[in-house]
Ligand binder design. Structure first.
Ligand SMILES: [Mn+2]
Length: 503
């Protein structure tokens, strides 16, 4: 970038020639000591090997994505695409505009004999924007990348040390992707970095490569299914995320009296949790749901602008995302003053029974949807016992002709959890909903009952009560391991927890 090319917005003073000559002088040299490998990067090789075996002889392009504009010239905090993070170990703030390319290796030296070429795996290279020398205007004039604006960036060698991957400058990517485009089939995770998608589509067009959009989708699906079973490092990270989440919940409960007194108490709860999410981890893993009273009946209540009232419940659905980007997802529905009313406890106990049935059903060999089936049966039984169902339990549970119970719990009981809060979202149905639970899978179990204040079918004393209880579990051959077991769960334990923190 030459200085005359720099846009000079209305509040910037042009740099003088004297400044440009002066600025690169007399800085301590960059350290020659290489940074340590990221712990997360130590565990990425087997994942890349799995990707390599799934797509022999093909070039695979997995972008991190770029900065997203929030407004005008301010960006959202950067978070890399989950598949990119999973395959590189790069987490917090790293690395906008980077691209992981897995290039197939061919053993046969005779490049003319295409059909005899044997695939020998892939070499994975990380393309990113290394730091510019201090003589480059980027150093002082580039607010998005420059060292004076966003801090010192890595050199190629430093990024290589951090990730264990060979690294190249992102400026080399177009020529790397142009190499043998006609001969090497290429797949890209679309929709992550539009510039990369467009570049590859353009190369396909100019080289007249026959292209079925399904090939890109197959890569995305595979990368999503690759995360269905967590390795030991990932499970450790999940536990750290859950533990940090417990710290956040404790702090929120401790502040209930302040939240009640100040007004807009839901926002206070959101803020207190966010403080701990940022302090202990990268951020919240998703928009916190802080829903007091009737707001709990809005499943994704993230406006969080309501008051907290003594005597009401508050539904808190919150999770800390740690620096490696693994997130917890825990829900508790708590009495703001530390005591359930009899009506609140009635609903709470029903949801707890449904949750326990779901947790009991979650073991290796069962299908994913059997967890939901177990929970929802209990929900339907309670609704029937309370006289709310217009049909029998069995009729309501009939998937084709029934479903009346869903009026009070319209969502599913579980989802996979990991780097994404709804992890493995592109996995095929036969590996997700119809899939078999296997040791190392991490899922939530989160039934609920939602009695809106406007629901005339519900007895008056239950209207305005919404309860969800959500825990994060790891599937084993036996009983599920509950990552969130430090969160009190039954009504008595919850009362003791809240009352204890309220002092
Ligand atoms: Mn959830």
């Amino acid at each position: 970038m030459k200085q005359k090319d720099l846009k000079l917005p209305n509040r910037q003073v042009p740099f003088s020639n004297a400044f440009v000559a002066f600025i690169p002088e007399d800085w301590a040299p960059y350290s020659t000591q290489l940074p340590a490998r990221l712990a997360a990067a130590e565990h990425t090789q087997p994942r890349r090997d799995a990707v390599s075996s799934a797509f022999p002889g093909e070039r695979l392009v997995i972008p991190a994505g770029g900065l997203k504009v929030r407004s005008n010239d301010t960006d959202y905090p950067f978070r890399p695409h989950s598949a990119f993070a999973h395959l590189t170990g790069l987490g917090t703030d790293r690395e906008p505009d980077a691209v992981l390319v897995m290039e197939p290796i061919f053993t046969d030296a005779d490049e003319e004999a295409d059909e005899d070429v044997e695939n020998a795996g892939h070499v994975a290279t990380l393309y990113f924007k290394p730091r510019a020398p201090r003589t480059d205007p980027e150093f002082y004039a580039d607010a998005r990348h420059g060292e004076m604006w966003v801090g010192q960036r890595e050199s190629l060698d430093e990024m290589s040390a951090i990730t264990g991957l060979p690294c190249e400058a992102i400026s080399e990517l177009p020529s790397a992707l142009s190499n043998h485009t006609d001969r090497i089939p290429t797949r890209v995770v679309r929709g992550v970095d539009e510039r990369i998608t467009q570049l590859l589509d353009e190369l396909r067009r100019t080289n007249e490569v026959e292209f079925d959009p399904c090939v890109d989708e197959e890569l995305e699906v595979m990368l999503s299914e690759l995360r269905l079973i967590k390795d030991d490092f990932e499970l450790e990270q999940m536990q750290l995320a859950v533990d940090a989440t417990k710290v956040g919940f404790d702090a929120v409960i401790t502040d209930f009296p302040t939240a009640v007194a100040k007004g807009r108490g839901e926002r206070w709860c959101e803020g207190v949790f966010a403080l701990h999410a940022r302090h202990l981890g990268n951020d919240v893993g998703y928009g916190s749901i802080c829903a007091s009273g009737d707001h709990a009946n809005t499943l994704h209540w993230i406006r969080n602008d309501g008051d907290l009232h003594d005597g009401d419940l508050i539904l808190l659905d919150m999770g800390v995302e740690v620096d490696t980007l693994y997130t917890a997802d825990v829900t508790r529905t708590l009495p703001i003053n530390g005591r359930f009313t009899p009506a609140q406890r009635t609903v709470y106990d029903a949801v707890l029974a449904a949750q326990q049935a779901g947790i009991d059903a979650a073991r290796a060999g069962a299908t994913f949807h059997e967890v939901h089936d177990a929970s929802i049966r209990v929900i339907a039984e309670y609704l029937h016992a309370w006289g709310l169902l217009p049909v029998s339990v069995e009729e309501s549970l009939d998937p084709v002709t029934g479903g009346q119970h869903r009026r009070w719990m319209v969502h599913g009981t579980s989802h996979h959890l990991g780097i994404d809060v709804h992890d493995c979202a592109q996995a095929r149905r036969e590996f997700y909903r119809e899939g078999t639970l296997r040791p190392g899978m991490c899922i939530t179990v989160e039934p609920g009952l939602y009695f809106k204040s406007t629901d005339l079918l519900v007895p008056e004393e239950l209207r305005g009560i919404g309860v969800r209880i959500e825990d994060d579990i790891v599937v084993t051959e036996g009983e599920a391991r509950i990552l969130s077991s430090e969160f009190p769960r039954d009504a008595d334990a919850v009362e003791a927890w809240v009352a204890g923190l309220l002092g």
